[in-house]
Design a protein around this ligand. Sequence first.
Ligand SMILES: NC(=O)c1ccc[n+]([C@@H]2O[C@H](COP(=O)([O-])OP(=O)(O)OC[C@H]3O[C@@H](n4cnc5c(N)ncnc54)[C@H](OP(=O)(O)O)[C@@H]3O)[C@@H](O)[C@H]2O)c1
Length: 232
Amino acid sequence: MAGTILITGANRGIGLELATQYAADRWRVLACCREPQMAKDLRSICETTSGRMSLYPLDVTDNERIRELAIQLKGEAIDILFNNAGIRGSDRQSFGNVDVEAWIQTLRVNTIAPLKMAEAFVEHVARSRRRIIAIMGSIMGSLSENASGNQYVYRSSKAAVHMVGRSLAVDLRSRNIITVLFHPGWVKTDMGGASAPVSPGDSAAGLRQVLACLSQKDSGRFYDYEGNERPW
Ligand SMILES: NC(=O)c1ccc[n+]([C@@H]2O[C@H](COP(=O)([O-])OP(=O)(O)OC[C@H]3O[C@@H](n4cnc5c(N)ncnc54)[C@H](OP(=O)(O)O)[C@@H]3O)[C@@H](O)[C@H]2O)c1
């Protein structure tokens, strides 16, 4: 049965694919992005969904706007709160050459925003049937899989959001909320670049399949888009 999903960063990349596929599958899609009026692809998909998709302006670093949106959507039961929005950070993230201001901004988007979204939308998720909070992590944030070093900004922001997800899984267990971390694959998007082997369509389809099979025992786990559990 179709449900309701809220997606951040829904205007391009994996977020746009998730929005497109869930809408095609007759879900209600609350598609959030910084500038809906500029989001041409998302808007044209929205027009084909017979009102099942709605667009909302949301910069995930704006805590006041997050709270406002939660109030605006207070009647909604949100089956999946998908924290997808993310940034790579900076070209300067090698040893001896780290852009500290960009690092702080990256933490705001990749690490802090998913927690602020969970806090603002916990009641919406709790009243839904599936009760899932999904967070886009990355294998780049895995401690045990880091054999190549470098990328201090992005790696640390994703490692930190993995820990945010683990704590959410513990703190929200009594509400029967499942919190899950994802690695979407190395995906051909603006972030992943042209050489990435996985298409946004395949990544989103895989993530949807994993999401469809989750149960409470999966809360606090880290899966890739093919359903493999990945090491922290
Ligand atoms: N692509 C990969 O290979 C890969 C691998 C591992 C993990 N990931 C993760 O997967 C997620 C999606 O990545 P992607 O490849 O689809 O990246 P992308 O194509 O670069 O898209 C990033 C999305 O995040 C949004 N965003 C950035 N800052 C935002 C903010 N402050 N508020 C709201 N939205 C914001 C962007 O919106 P604007 O258009 O407004 O900038 C855009 O919609 C990210 O969390 C990324 O870290 C990607």
